[in-house]
Design a protein around this ligand. Structure first.
Ligand code: GLY
Ligand code: MN
Ligand code: MN
Length: 449
């Protein structure tokens, strides 16, 4: 087998047979869920989207398509067929070679190379999709595809089914069953293999460097945008292909807006800055948040809230282990946060049980403590599954105090979130992002270096 490592500007090196193994695993599920009936599955990488004029947004493949193929180009289609006898075949349809298009917009693999280099049984130009799909569909009982996720897939399926029905006057029969692939692929993606874990460690490492750079750069008088520029510089310089999501750089009152995108606000000395940013490598995300004082030294109210959130995060980390429910880290964090809110007087005249049972803590902590992390920053996967080694999730408690007459003014506009990426291991969890400090003394000494 060849050792090909193609590089795409958006999604990085390709890992050849790994993707073939994934397609075979998926086909096994297709067979099992249909008792071996002849079946077809259809996936699309996505289309490039126009930004304006002749400009396109950077292309990023559909995660499911990329998970199964490693094929980096827009407008590529994957067709998997299987039945009891032949078991498995896979075909890629992709953009044809075109010297003029390639001169302007870059290299295309082309149908002649696609099968060889990406381990598909067959490959065709995209112009052949309709004809080939029609042939497969008239001999299949089941059609698998991601429901309502792609306008292109919905349209192709509808058009071809209609064509089969209209043209053959009942002699040809389209598949009887349509099956959504979303849950099956999500299950495959939920537990990461060693290659995925290595890639995510790399993404976590680069994002950590970005946060460290941003912390060192931070000072009063600069804008949120300028901090974002430092993050992007470090991500790109260190080998990331993209951000995993738009960077959240939130100063002062903006720190209490959960997903505030970096803007032109100027950082003031007395304020908190909350940075939630992560890069993407080879299609895999990282997701880190740190919150710290612009001045480089925590004021007493900032310190009080920070210490509560940090204690909540430590409790959630302890609760992240094999066999635990996904909600266990959240429950552990909520307990510490609620106690802390009571201790510093954010919530008065209620017992700890009342604060938790009546969800009074939601005035200051209104989101969950984590989410699956993988190809998508909020990754796919069943949240009712117990934690098991190889799963990766975020642990991100917070406390956000917006101006309110029932709250001491010294706490207003302090928004703190601390977020790390955790790999579930045999005995607990390993944090992938702790190169960026979280302890107050470490943060202060890094900023003031
Ligand atoms: N970066 C978005 C989140 O933490 O969920
Ligand atoms: Mn997150
Ligand atoms: Mn985040």
């Amino acid at each position: 087998m060849s050792n090909l490592k193609l590089t795409s500007p958006s999604l990085g090196p390709i890992h050849d047979e790994l993707h073939l193994r994934r397609r075979k695993k998926f086909a096994k599920w297709m067979l099992e869920s249909t008792n071996g009936g002849p079946s077809v599955a259809l996936f699309h990488s996505g289309k490039e989207k126009i930004r304006n004029g002749d400009n396109y947004y950077p292309f990023r493949s559909s995660s499911d398509f990329f998970y199964l193929t490693g094929f980096p180009e827009p407008d590529a289609w994957l067709l998997i067929t299987c039945n009891e006898k032949e078991n498995f075949s896979d075909t890629i349809f992709c953009l044809p070679k075109d010297p003029l298009q390639e001169l302007w917009n870059g290299f295309r693999v082309g149908p002649n190379n696609a099968a060889k280099k990406f381990f598909f049984r067959k490959s065709y130009s995209i112009d052949m999709l309709g004809k080939e799909l029609e042939k497969k569909l008239v001999s299949s009982k089941n059609l698998f595809f991601p429901f309502s996720e792609s306008h292109e897939i919905d349209t192709v399926v509808k058009t071809i089914i209609k064509k089969i029905k209209n043209q053959s006057r009942g002699k040809k029969i389209p598949p009887e069953r349509f099956i959504d692939v979303a849950q099956a692929i999500a299950n495959l993606r939920l537990v990461k293999d060693n290659k995925e874990i290595d890639t995510m460690k790399k993404a976590a490492q680069i994002s950590s460097l970005g946060h460290i750079r941003a912390m060192k750069f931070c000072k009063p008088g600069i804008t949120e945008y300028q901090i974002e520029a430092e993050l992007l510089h470090e991500f790109g310089k260190s080998g990331a292909q993209s951000v995993a999501y738009p960077s959240i750089v939130a100063s002062g009152p903006n720190s209490c807006i959960l997903h505030h995108k970096a803007g032109k606000r100027i950082l003031q000395e007395s304020e908190i800055i909350l940075i939630d940013a992560g890069c993407e490598i080879e299609g895999y995300a990282s997701d880190i948040t740190r919150s710290f004082p612009v001045s480089g030294y925590f004021s007493s109210p900032q310190r009080q809230i920070y210490e509560i959130v940090l204690a909540a995060q430590k409790a959630a980390i302890q609760a992240t282990k094999p066999g635990a429910d996904f909600s266990d880290p959240h429950s552990a964090a909520v307990k510490i946060l609620s106690q802390g809110m009571m201790d510093i007087g954010l919530i008065k005249n209620n017992s700890l049980d009342e604060i938790i049972d009546k969800e009074l803590y939601k005035q200051f902590y209104m989101h969950r403590t984590g989410h699956w992390l993988g190809m998508d920053v909020h990754d796919v996967g069943d949240y009712s599954k117990p934690l098991q080694p190889g799963m990766i999730l975020t642990i991100e408690p917070g406390c956000y105090v917006r101006p309110s007459t029932d709250v001491d003014k010294s706490f207003w506009n302090i928004g703190i979130r601390i977020e790390d990426d955790a790999l579930v291991t045999d005995s607990g969890c390993a944090l992938l992002t702790r190169k960026v400090p979280v302890e107050i003394s470490e943060i202060e000494s890094l900023i003031n270096q």
